[in-house]
Design a protein around this ligand. Structure first.
Ligand code: TMP
Length: 257
């Protein structure tokens, strides 16, 4: 039984009070939603995979100096994170035309964009997360100009790092969504990466076959979501195959913390 105080439940994650002030526990559920939760299913094992994949990516980003909320993984479904004030924006970075951009501008899916494009969406379930401009963001006080600059600079650094990381394992990083939070460090409010980075919030296409290895498998009823996420984890080196003393199948391995 979970006796910790539940602070917030989202579509794919729950936040609990952490063991110390200024910390939270982020719990990854198996729930998959799309189209603002109009489509909803539970996919056994998704939460465990996203917890591990996001842990791995946040650690790598931390190693190259991107500030993040990640502290450590606690168990198969939970990680300890720094408590932040979430900036109410979804920051999307796109390298290749797909999804809503391809539809909106009538672009062929798969077309390489002239350069990486950053978009902002206002986080509001009631409004279906509308796309907003920097003018809206500053006028309504969701973030100030300096914070916008920091988020854009971090988003591009994350994009460069992740594009290279995925390219090295035969995956094209088409686009992704990230979220940022405000965190007080030495009397200074800093913008740090929060939430998660997993195949739930990225488009990942196999470089050779163009197979989708992300949540579009669920959005588009393609099936095989767990197999695809497992393959991403395996290529990232998080899963080992045919481990000793295990009868068969892939298995999650413990990372060096
Ligand atoms: P889009 O093409 O549907 O606008 O999605 C762009 C990227 O953002 C894609 O990688 C999926 C991700 N995304 C989320 O993580 N959450 C969302 O609610 C939406 C709409 C997209």
């Amino acid at each position: 039984m979970n006796r910790r105080r539940r602070l917030y439940e989202g579509k794919a994650k729950i936040l609990y009070e952490g063991p110390e002030p200024g910390t939270l526990i982020q719990h990854f559920k198996d729930d998959a939603t799309a189209f603002n939760a109009r489509k909803h299913e539970s996919i056994e094992g998704k939460g465990v995979l996203n917890n591990r994949i996001s842990e791995h990516i946040f650690q790598l980003l931390g190693n190259v100096g991107v500030p993040t909320h990640f502290i450590k993984r606690m168990n198969m479904r939970e990680q300890l994170i720094k408590e932040v004030e979430i900036v109410p924006l979804e920051v999307v970075v796109r390298n290749v035309a797909a999804g809503s951009l391809a539809k909106k501008l009538g672009l062929d899916e798969g077309m390489q964009l002239p350069r990486s494009i950053i978009e902002f969406y206002y986080k509001s379930d009631e409004l279906d997360d509308p796309m907003v401009s920097e003018e809206h963001i500053t006028a309504f006080g969701w973030a100030n100009p300096q914070e916008i600059d920091e988020m854009m600079a971090l988003a591009l650094r994350i994009n460069d790092f992740l594009s290279g990381l995925f390219f090295g394992i035969g995956i094209r990083l088409v686009d992704f969504k990230i979220e940022f939070g405000r965190h007080m460090e030495d009397d200074t409010m800093r913008i740090i990466l929060a939430d998660e980075i997993s195949p739930d919030c990225c488009r990942l296409w196999d470089t050779k076959t163009s197979d989708k290895m992300d949540k579009d498998r669920f959005r588009q009823d393609l099936g095989g979501l767990i197999d695809a996420y497992q393959e991403v984890a395996r290529r990232l080196g998080i899963l080992t195959e045919n481990p000793q003393n295990e009868p068969s199948g892939p298995r999650l391995v413990t990372s060096n913390e």
